[in-house]
Design a protein around this ligand. Sequence first.
Ligand SMILES: *Cc1c(COP(=O)(O)O)cnc(C)c1O
Length: 487
Amino acid sequence: MSQSRYPGTRGLAFKEPLLWERAHEGRIGISIPEQDVPESKLDASLTGPAPKLPDLSEVDVIRHYTRLSSWNFGVDTGMYPLGSCTMKYNPKINEAVASLPGFANIHPLMPESCLQGALKLMYELEQDLLKMTGMKAASLQPSAGAQGELAGILMIHAYHSHKGKQRSKMIMPTTAHGTNPASAALCGYTPVPVELNKDGVVTPEAIREVMDEDTAGIMLTNPNTLGIFENHVAEISKIIHDKGGLVYGDGANMNALMGYVDVHKMGVDVLHFNVHKTLSTPHGGGGPGAGPVVVNETLEPFLPVPRVKKEGDRYSLCFDAPLTIGRLQAFFGNFAILVRALAYTRTMGHMLKDATEIAVLNANYIKAGLKGYYNLPYPQASLHEVIFNDATQQKNGVTTLDIAKRLIDCGYHPPTVYFPLVVDGALMIEPTETESKADLDGFIEAMRAIAKEAETNPELVKDTPQNTMVSRPDETLAARQLILKGE
Ligand SMILES: *Cc1c(COP(=O)(O)O)cnc(C)c1O
């Protein structure tokens, strides 16, 4: 395929063997001064056999790791349209601010009087999150979206216990992220799935059918993982509340709603943010994140402790909360991520609303550009992400996985694939607001070229990627049988 417009993977991409294959007997990385004390042998019964390390020079080692690092792909190298994960560009000012010595060198055991700036920062980030949602109070402790969910469901659990009767079930749509049923189950609730209607949303009728007085509440993602706005939330919340339940909002996709939606008015009792998605802090590869929760009046007493309190212009940590679910962390969560999040909200200011608009516009631009080339299982209006599948290409034996692999040849990270589970062979594309029109055009062109190849030369698409160092490892085997040493 022509490599003219998209970034591709060509040029100075180095092959790199294992360190053991690079080794030359007798090579050393350092020279130490001649020995001036008597030699004595280590007792092998104490140390075990000497490890067989490869013989390498300093240059060998540096080149090895530097070359391997050039095989990485990230938002700083190119478009990373991973639906649901929201891989947007992280402005470098966030990094600069997070590494200021006053933030980077503090210790959580320092006295509060020395931590006023850090506490103020946490307080102000809480205020920003509350402003974005209309909610009443917040906790920044959860270290990931999944832990925010756990915190929220623990609060719902504590609320029902406090009311005197625990419940056993939790409703969730079939589009839910896998962490939703896991969080509910961890708190002892049995997840009750509800199906979507043909427009890809949950209906009040479906909820009315399953909601009863043994159901603790509902976990609802909005926009849902099809990228579609759940337009019956207020009515659904009322049905849940009328039967004594509570509403958990999964706010991982708040980047589609920032500045536009008042979550409190929709009847949500607790919502988590993924600041590492919505507010640009870096994530991926299991890196640190933060999943703050915001709550309304009903759940405020149950928030984790400590809470950050402001009196006059002094900030303190407050542990006095008789109904709290307790601590989620040894200290206060991933503080450096919170610094980045506040740097983002403050540098963006009212432009957060523009970010939402552009994220939605970009996803819809891709939707329009690929319509007709790929099957669109839910053609309804969607927000920040769009979901195609491989129904058209399957006719020639080309699958979602093949399409994703071919995209790598064009220099794009593949989108999320095979999720959400309600769509067979889903290709879930989320460009975010980061990408320019030219970059989106390049991606669309590549996707169209792949659709054409799938028709004219399906065998080729199945035999990709071809431009990478490694083509198609057995992914299960590669994850289960790591080869971490040379022999
Ligand atoms: C990412 C995501 C989560 C989980 O967040 P983590 O930070 O990965 O734990 C939950 N729900 C949705 C919809 C998500 O996209």
